[in-house]
Design a protein around this ligand. Structure first.
Ligand code: F6R
Length: 246
């Protein structure tokens, strides 16, 4: 496990973008496993910049997103589908048919999970980008008694509802969906490489638990220590509880 400390959010974003740029240049047909939320927006801006400078192309790239809320349409501004278009896809040369995100509006959620499982199984050479929840979730795999397997429907924890309603639903906990579809922990772990980014002091406990505590489904992110190729990029605030020698 490689841990990169950066001084702030911008540096974290640039460092992550540099890693993904190298991966894309080494394999222009790579699959990118992508995350949404406030953490990767700076990284996506950096990737757009690199695309505009002609350094990278997404023409042959496929993307597979980690998750989507249940019950909101892909056109809804609060959906992760919309987020990805606004923050990345509409600003680069990726083909829409090469981008995959669960559909949270389907009637049969089990069938949707199955469809997504097949998509992920079909995608070799994946670099998986992750954020981390303040409760240690990755994707929307919340703390639980066991690690979730396969794409699954998740009941969001109260802490996630609180965090995300503050950021994206004007603090209105009633309007945020309470369920989401998420890639499973085993599917995250099946990527060839994992890059986790974290910024801010509200992530510091989750980062400490993920890196320093034993692997436990109570902190889903703790499992990534077992992956052979993982890079964690943290800014100073997210790293504030880590021992100095890490
Ligand atoms: C979103 C996702 C989540 C977020 C996490 C952190 O696709 O997979 O695990 O990465 O909730 O969210 P932010 O970055 O908004 O703090």
């Amino acid at each position: 496990m490689k841990i990169i400390r950066t001084s702030n959010y911008d540096e974290m974003s640039k460092m992550a973008a540099q890693i993904l740029e190298e991966d894309i240049i080494n394999n222009p047909q790579i699959t990118l496993g992508l995350a949404t939320g406030s953490t990767p927006t700076g990284l996506y801006s950096e990737l757009i910049k690199k695309y505009n400078e002609g350094k990278i192309s997404f023409e042959k790239i496929k993307t597979v997103n980690l998750d989507e809320y249940v019950g909101i349409s892909p056109d809804n501004k609060q959906s992760y589908n919309y987020f990805m278009k606004e923050n990345l896809f509409n600003k680069i040369d990726i083909k829409e048919e090469n981008t995959y995100i669960p559909n949270g509006l389907v009637e049969n959620l089990e069938q949707e999970c199955q469809r997504y499982n097949e998509i992920i199984n079909d995608m070799p050479n994946r670099v998986q980008l992750l954020g981390i929840g303040s409760n240690g979730h990755i994707g929307f795999n919340e703390p639980a008694d066991s690690f979730q397997e396969g794409t699954n429907v998740v009941d969001l924890k109260q802490s996630t509802i609180k965090d995300n309603s503050k950021k994206y639903f004007d603090g209105d906990e009633n309007s945020i969906p309470k369920k989401a579809i998420s890639m499973g922990i085993d599917q995250i772990m099946s990527a060839d490489k994992i890059v986790l980014i974290a910024s801010g002091k509200n992530k510091s406990k989750a980062i400490y638990d993920a890196i320093c505590e034993d692997v436990s489904p109570n902190c889903p992110a703790s499992i990534i220590k077992q992956h052979p190729n993982v890079t964690i990029i943290v800014d100073e605030e997210a790293a504030q509880l880590l021992p100095k020698d890490i």
